[in-house]
Design a protein around this ligand. Structure first.
Ligand SMILES: [Zn+2]
Length: 92
C-alpha cells in the first residue's frame, strides 16, 4: 500500500477523532462507563512516571512535527542512486 495522498492522514486523524467521540460518548452515557480521563487518572495513580513519560513523548512529537526540515524545493533526486539529496546551491 502506498501512502501518497494527504487524505490517508486526513482519514486517519478523522478515524481517531471519531473513535474517541464514540467511545467517550458511550462511556459518559453509561453511569459505570470508563472515560478516557478516568482511564488516564487510574493509570497515573497506579504508575505516576507515566505523566512524565507522556510529557516527553508529546514534547518529542511537537519538536518532530515543527522542526525545520529541508523543503522539497531544496531537494532533488540523485541521478545515480535515486535518493533525495540536497540541491547544490551553486548549481552543479
Ligand atoms: Zn546518489
Amino acid at each position: 500500500m502506498r501512502v501518497r495522498s494527504p487524505w490517508v492522514w486526513n482519514a486517519f486523524v478523522l478515524a481517531v477523532v471519531l473513535g474517541f467521540a464514540v467511545l467517550e460518548g458511550l462511556a459518559l452515557a453509561d453511569p459505570e462507563g470508563l472515560s478516557l480521563s478516568q482511564w488516564y487518572v487510574d493509570i497515573a495513580q497506579a504508575w505516576p512516571p507515566i505523566k512524565t513519560l507522556l510529557g516527553i513523548v508529546i514534547g518529542i512529537l511537537i519538536c518532530h512535527f515543527g522542526w525545520w526540515w529541508v523543503p522539497r524545493q531544496m531537494r532533488e533526486r540523485c541521478a545515480t542512486c535515486g535518493r533525495e539529496v540536497l540541491k547544490n546551491p551553486h548549481g552543479g
